[in-house]
Design a protein around this ligand. Structure first.
Ligand SMILES: O=C(O)[C@@H](CO)OP(=O)(O)O
Length: 341
C-alpha cells in the first residue's frame, strides 16, 4: 500500500550523494527556475533540472509552489530509438535501497558510499519477492553500492531469472561498446545503467554526523529543515530542490523514453533522489513533499499509460491479484510465468 511507503519521519533516514556541484548552486537555481517556468524539459547535457508533482498523501494550499506541470509527455519527446515494443503502457518500479550501515547507526549519509546492513540485505531480498512476477526490461541505479546491491539482490528473487548486466550508457561509443550481440543472451539478461544523477543528495557538512546528536546541538527544527525542507540546503550540501534538478532531469531524459517505448523499468535509488522523482510523478508541491517519507526496501509500482503516471502502491507479494489487474500486459506476463515455472 502506498500508505506504507509514505511514512512520517522521525528517526532513521539517510542516503544521498553526488558531491561536487554544490558550488554551482546559483546556476542550478537558474536552470531550475527555467524548467519550472515550463519550456523546460530537455536538460540533456545539463547537469541538473527540475521536478514537479502530484497530489496524493497530503493536500497543499493553493499558494504553494507547485513545481511544474503535470507529467504528461508531449509528442516531441517521443523517442525515436529503442521502440521495438510499441506500446504506450509500461510498469515503473521504484525502490529505495535497503537499510545501510549508516542508516542503522542513524548517521547522515548523503553521497558517502556505504553498503547495506544485514537487515538491508534482507529488505532487498524481500523487495525482490514482492516484485518477482512483474516484468523488468531495464534497471537504473545510482552510482552507489547500497542502491546497486539492492537492485541485484532483488533480482535474485525474480521468477524470470534474467541476469542483470551492466551497460555503459554515457555516450554513443560507450553504448556501442556495451552492446550484447547475441539475441538469446539479450533475452536472458537485463541491462543495468548506473548513474550519479540518481545518487542521494549531498548532505555536506552533516555527512557522518549522528542525526540525534545534530538535533540536540542545532535544534530539532533546524535539523528538520535541513532534512525535509524543499529548498534549504544543509551546510555545503544539496537541498531537495538541487537534488531534483539533476535526478528529475535524468528521469525525464533517460528513463521516460524507455517507458514511452513500452519498456518496464526498475529504479533503485535513495530516499531523497526518489522523493524528488516521486514529487515529479505525483505532482506534489514543495509543501507536500516535506511529509513524503520512503521506507527502505519497499518497492512502489507506477503504471505509465498514455503519457501519465498512475501510482499503484507497493505490491504486497508476488501473488497479490490486484497488481496484475492493473494492466492486461502485466496479467499476461504473470500468466506466462505461471505456465513456465
Ligand atoms: O542520511 C541520509 O543520507 C538521508 C537518507 O538516508 O537521510 P534523511 O532521511 O535525513 O534525508
Amino acid at each position: 500500500m502506498a500508505a506504507e511507503v509514505y511514512r512520517h519521519a522521525i528517526g532513521t533516514f539517510q542516503s544521498h550523494s553526488y558531491a561536487n556541484n554544490v558550488n554551482h548552486k546559483q546556476r542550478l537555481r537558474n536552470n531550475f527556475v527555467r524548467l519550472v517556468n515550463k519550456d523546460s524539459v530537455s536538460s540533456r547535457g545539463a547537469r541538473y533540472s527540475s521536478c514537479s508533482n502530484r497530489r496524493s498523501v497530503i493536500r497543499s494550499s493553493a499558494s504553494q509552489t507547485s513545481v511544474a506541470d503535470p507529467v504528461s509527455l508531449s509528442p516531441s519527446r517521443t523517442p525515436t530509438t529503442d521502440t521495438n515494443k510499441k506500446s504506450n503502457e509500461a510498469a515503473l518500479i521504484l525502490i529505495r535501497h535497503g537499510e545501510s550501515l549508516w542508516n542503522e547507526k542513524n548517521l547522515f549519509t548523503g553521497c558517502v558510499d556505504v553498503p547495506l546492513s544485514k537487515k538491508g540485505i534482507d529488505e532487498a531480498i524481500e523487495a525482490g519477492k514482492r516484485i518477482s512476477s512483474i516484468p523488468v526490461d531495464v534497471i537504473f541505479t545510482s552510482a552507489l553500492i547500497r542502491a546497486q546491491m539492492t537492485a541485484m539482490l532483488a533480482m535474485t528473487q525474480h521468477r524470470r531469472k534474467k541476469v542483470p548486466i551492466i551497460i555503459h550508457n554515457e555516450s554513443e561509443q560507450a553504448r556501442q561498446w556495451s552492446q550484447v550481440f547475441s539475441e538469446d543472451t539479450k533475452k536472458q539478461s537485463i541491462p543495468v545503467i548506473a548513474s550519479w544523477q540518481l545518487n542521494e543528495r549531498m548532505y555536506g557538512e552533516l555527512q557522518g554526523l549522528n542525526k540525534q546528536e545534530t538535533a540536540d546541538r542545532y535544534g530539532k527544527e533546524q535539523v528538520h529543515e535541513w532534512r525535509r525542507s524543499y529548498d534549504t540546503p544543509p551546510p555545503n550540501g544539496e537541498s531537495l530542490e538541487m537534488c531534483a534538478e539533476r535526478a528529475v532531469a535524468y528521469f525525464r531524459d533517460q528513463i521516460e523514453p524507455q517507458l514511452l517505448s513500452g519498456k518496464n523499468v526498475m529504479i533503485a535509488a535513495h530516499g531523497n533522489s526518489l522523493r524528488s522523482i516521486i514529487m515529479y510523478l505525483d505532482k506534489l508541491t514543495s509543501q507536500e513533499v516535506i511529509s513524503l517519507e520512503l521506507s527502505t526496501g519497499i518497492p512502489m509500482l507506477y503504471i505509465f499509460k498514455e503519457g501519465r503516471f498512475i501510482r499503484r502502491g507497493s505490491p504486497i507479494g508476488p501473488q497479490e491479484a490486484g497488481v496484475y489487474a492493473y494492466t492486461k500486459r502485466l496479467a499476461l506476463y504473470r500468466q506466462k510465468l505461471d505456465e513456465m515455472f
